[in-house]
Design a protein around this ligand. Structure first.
Ligand code: FAD
Ligand code: GLY
Length: 366
C-alpha cells in the first residue's frame, strides 16, 4: 500500500489520536472526528498505569505487545511534549502488586517463571517499600518497568500536537454511518455532511461495533464500565502505585490518590454510584488502613472497550478495503496507544509491520 493522501479517523480517544499522531508525523493529511470532545470517554477515565506486567496473566504475543508499547513510552512522551509543549506527567516509578489472599499469592507466584526480572517479596519487604501497607499483605512483586502517565495530560498533549502538525480535528461531529461504494469504504456520513478519504480508521472505542453493521460484520466488542474515585490525604501515604486484586491506588503529582476501579458489564451505562464509591474506599482501606479517613475529591466512570478474549482488534477486514479497525483495548488502551499508533501507521503507509497483527485480527474467532 502506498502512503495515503488522506485518512479519516472515527473516534478521537487515545487510540484514534495516537494513530492520527503517527500518521501526521509522516505527513499524512488526517481528519479526526469525534461525537463529543476529544478523549472525553474511556481515555480520560483511565488511571494511566503503563502496566505491561501488572495487568498480564500469561506469557505470549499480547504480553510482548504490551512490553513493546511500554518500551516506546519514554520517547513517545518526550516527542509529544516537545511538539505540544505539554508534559504527560510521565512518572518512572514502578507498581507494587500485593497479595492479600492465599489464592492471589498463588496466582502472582505463577507469573514468576515467565515474567522477566520478577521476584517474590515477603510481607516485610513490601512494607519496606511502602510502610503504610496493611499487615494483611502476604507479600508481592515490584514491577519496576510499570510506570504511569496522567491521561488528562496525554489527551491535551495529543490534541495540541495534532493541531500543530496541521491535522483537522472536528469535535461534536458524530459519524452516523460508513459510506460504502461496491465493497470499498470510501467515507463517512456525519451530522455535518459527508466526508471522503482514501483510508478510514474506526477507533470509536466501545461504540465501534454499530458502525460496522452496514458491512454485515459483527465485531464482538462491548462496554465494560469502570468507576474510580479520587481522594486527598493530609500526609503522603504511598509513593508507588499499589495494586491488589480488584483495586489499585495511584499517587498523583498533585497529592491526590486515584483509586480504581470497578469492572461491570451493564451496557452503555456510565452512571456513577455511591455503592461503588464505598466499595472502592473499603478495598483501598484494606490495603492501606490509613485511607479509612480521607477527603473525598471526586468520582467518575468510563466504558472500556472489552473483547471476549481480552485482546484488542487491530487490522483490516478481508472484504472491506479502505477500512482499518483499531479498538478493543479493554484495560490497556493507555499503555497500548504508542504501539497501536505505530502499527496502524505502518499498515497504512506500506511499511513492514514491527509486530505481526494475526493475534489481533478483527476476524479472529474469540
Ligand atoms: P475511548 O477513549 O472510549 O474513545 C473512543 C472515542 O470515540 C470517544 O471519544 C467517542 O466519543 C468517540 N466516538 C464513539 N462513537 C463515535 C461516532 N459515532 N462518531 C464519532 N466519534 C465517536 N488503560 C491503561 O492502559 N492503563 C490504565 O491505568 C487504565 N485505567 C483505566 C481505568 C478505567 C476506570 C477505565 C474505564 C479504563 C482504563 N484503561 C486503562 C483502559 C483505557 O482507558 C481504554 O482502553 C482506552 O481509553 C480506550 O481508548 P479508545 O480510544 O479506544 O476509546
Ligand atoms: N487498567 C486499569 C483498569 O482498566 O481499571
Amino acid at each position: 500500500m502506498n502512503r495515503p493522501d488522506s485518512v479519516i479517523i472515527i473516534g478521537g480517544g487515545i487510540i484514534g489520536c495516537s494513530i492520527a499522531y503517527g500518521l501526521a508525523v509522516k505527513g499524512v493529511r488526517v481528519t479526526v472526528l469525534d461525537k463529543g470532545a476529544l478523549c472525553a470517554e474511556a481515555s480520560t477515565a483511565a488511571a494511566g498505569m503503563l502496566g505491561a506486567q501488572v495487568e498480564t496473566h500469561q506469557p505470549g504475543p499480547f504480553y510482548e505487545l504490551c512490553k513493546a508499547s511500554q518500551r516506546m513510552y519514554p520517547e513517545w512522551a518526550n516527542e509529544l511534549q516537545e511538539i505540544s509543549g505539554i508534559s504527560l506527567q510521565y512518572i518512572g516509578k514502578g507498581i507494587l502488586r500485593v497479595a492479600l489472599t492465599e489464592e492471589d499469592e498463588a496466582e502472582l507466584k505463577s507469573r514468576l517463571p515467565w515474567m522477566d526480572g520478577a521476584e517474590w517479596l515477603t510481607a516485610a519487604q513490601t512494607c519496606e517499600i511502602e510502610p503504610a501497607l496493611s499487615e494483611a499483605v502476604r507479600g508481592g512483586i515490584y514491577f519496576a518497568q510499570d510506570h504511569q502517565v496522567h491521561p488528562l495530560y496525554v489527551a491535551r498533549a495529543l490534541k495540541s500536537a495534532l493541531l500543530k502538525l496541521g491535522s483537522s480535528i472536528r469535535e461534536w461531529t458524530p459519524v452516523l454511518r460508513l459510506i460504502i461504494e461496491g465493497n470499498r469504504v470510501v467515507g463517512v456520513k456525519t451530522t455535518d455532511g459527508d466526508l471522503y478519504a482514501e483510508q478510514i480508521v474506526l477507533s470509536a472505542g466501545a461504540w465501534s461495533p454499530s458502525l460496522l453493521e452496514p458491512l454485515a460484520f459483527k465485531l464482538p466488542s462491548f462496554p465494560v464500565k469502570g468507576q474510580c474515585i479520587s481522594v486527598r490525604t493530609e500526609t503522603s501515604l504511598i509513593s508507588s502505585t499499589v495494586f491488589a486484586k480488584g483495586c489499585y491506588i495511584v499517587p498523583r503529582l498533585d497529592g491526590t490518590l486515584t483509586i480504581g476501579a470497578t469492572q461491570e458489564e451493564i451496557g452503555f451505562n456510565k452512571k456513577t454510584s455511591l455503592s461503588a464509591v464505598s466499595l472502592l474506599h473499603q478495598k483501598a482501606s484494606a490495603i492501606v488502613p490509613s485511607l479509612s479517613e480521607v477527603e473525598f475529591v471526586s468520582t467518575w466512570a468510563g466504558l472500556r472497550p472489552g473483547t471476549p478474549d481480552g485482546l484488542p482488534y487491530i487490522g483490516q477486514l478481508s472484504d472491506a478495503p479502505g477500512l482499518t479497525i483499531a479498538t478493543g483495548h479493554f484495560r490497556n488502551g493507555i499503555l497500548l496507544a504508542p504501539i497501536t499508533g505505530q502499527l496502524v501507521t505502518e499498515l497504512l503507509t506500506g511499511q513492514p509491520l514491527s509486530i505481526g497483527l494475526e493475534p489481533y485480527s478483527p476476524e479472529r474467532n474469540p
